[in-house]
Ligand binder design. Structure first.
Ligand SMILES: C[S@@+](CC[C@H](N)C(=O)[O-])C[C@H]1O[C@@H](n2cnc3c(N)ncnc32)[C@H](O)[C@@H]1O
Length: 375
């Protein structure tokens, strides 16, 4: 059995946590975090004097926002030395008087009798060996009535990045050195990253984490996250916000409480909108979107196996898979379809330097969900 520790081993081997953000404009950074909370349905003002547990704070750039909310208790758990040092440095710099405790522990081994008003776990759960079990573990530290904030890696949302991983594999096939690969890929993906106005992460960190980091486990969709927690939690909010719930609140009780069912329905009716962050179209038939999730997941699994040298992913197979994606995206914005078609031509000819439209294609990254623990 593999003893590889997801994230922690890779980051420790390279002596870094590649999640550093440009927060030179702190007001802007805090407004973005505030916006995230609003989309997730959590008024930040309610966190004053609350207790917060954050699992996997990484470089600590987001931790300073929670510290700014004046919680009565704030613990942060991580096991990568660079993350522990980075988080400590950020909090010491911005909130030296805040009340916090940084715990050096593998999250899966962390135990405590304490239960928290807010449990946060961003960018950590997908690609763990067993994301559902990981989520259940961190969520167990939420108090009854407490909230969990977590991120998913949706197969549709992440497709454009998986295709960039495929591109990177082809471009760096002959290169051994990590630093040389990094240099080449930062330059190659510069135009793609520059097309994202809201990007605050360093380009180098994105390439290390999203392209060169060989992930350990499966993706984790929003419906999988809801399924993992549904016995004790109800899904509450999402970012981006796409939940529809037209029920009369007086009908919502007993077996009809059903926020999870309603959330899952909204997800499958809207999943196609995760393919390209630039456009949205009306909700549609869940059957088509379920098939789209399945094929995007299959593309991830094949790319994953090829990165681990377990099985090749021939270009003919990739083209076939993308043909199906195009069929299932029928009616999507023409620019989205053009971008995928262009990628297919470049991949088939091995001419990735001719990519243009595809460079502007990005999914909706790692969407967030919030959950409330049933009292
Ligand atoms: C991708 S970073 C996310 C950082 C930050 N939350 C963010 O969103 O920018 C993942 C973090 O989770 C930590 N991590 C992942 N799995 C872990 C585990 N099993 N135990 C402890 N830390 C873990 C890593 O060390 C790293 O700091």
């Amino acid at each position: 059995m593999s003893t590889e520790r997801p994230f922690v081993d890779f980051y420790s081997a390279h002596g870094l946590t590649p999640t550093r953000q440009d927060i030179s404009d702190l007001k802007r950074h805090f407004q973005r975090r505030e916006a995230l909370h609003r989309q997730l349905g959590i008024p930040t003002g309610l966190l004053k004097n609350a207790s917060i547990a954050e699992f996997g704070p990484g470089s600590g750039h987001n931790a300073i926002f929670w510290a700014s909310c004046n919680p009565a208790r704030y613990i942060l758990v991580d096991a990568t030395p660079a993350s522990l040092d980075g988080t400590k440095a950020q909090l010491a710099k911005y909130y030296p008087d805040a009340n916090y405790e940084i715990v050096d522990s593998d999250i899966l081994h962390f135990e405590s009798e304490e239960r928290f008003d807010l449990v946060v776990c961003e960018g950590v759960i997908p690609t763990q060996v067993n994301p559902a079990a990981f989520l259940q573990h961190i969520a167990s530290f939420a108090a009854p009535g407490g909230v969990v904030i977590m991120t998913c890696m949706d197969p549709i949302s992440i497709l454009s990045e998986i295709l960039r991983r495929y591109t990177a594999t082809q471009l760096t096939r002959e290169i051994e050195s990590f630093d040389q690969k990094l240099k080449l890929l930062v330059e190659f993906f510069g135009p793609d990253l520059n097309s994202l106005e809201g990007m605050s992460r360093r380009h180098e960190d994105w390439v290390i984490d999203q392209i060169l980091h060989i992930w350990t486990g499966p993706l984790f969709s929003m419906s999988e996250a809801i399924a993992a927690l549904k016995s004790e939690f109800e899904v509450h909010g999402s970012s981006p916000r796409f939940f529809d719930d037209w029920r009369w609140y007086k009908d919502i009780h007993g077996a009809g409480f059903a926020f999870n069912e309603s959330g899952e329905e909204s997800y499958f009716a809207n999943a196609h909108n995760f393919i390209d962050y630039r456009y949205t179209s009306p909700s549609r038939d869940a059957v088509k979107n379920k098939a789209l999730v399945t094929i995007c997941n299959a593309i991830y699994r094949k790319q994953f196996a090829s990165e681990r040298a377990e099985a090749a992913y021939p270009v003919t197979q990739l083209i076939e898979d993308l043909e199906l994606v195009l069929v299932l995206l029928e009616g999507a914005h023409p620019k989205t379809l053009d971008a995928i078609r262009e990628f297919m031509v470049c991949a088939e000819n091995g001419k990735f330097d001719q990519l243009a439209e595809f460079r502007k294609l990005w999914g909706r990254g790692q969407p967030y969900l919030s959950f409330i623990r049933n009292a």
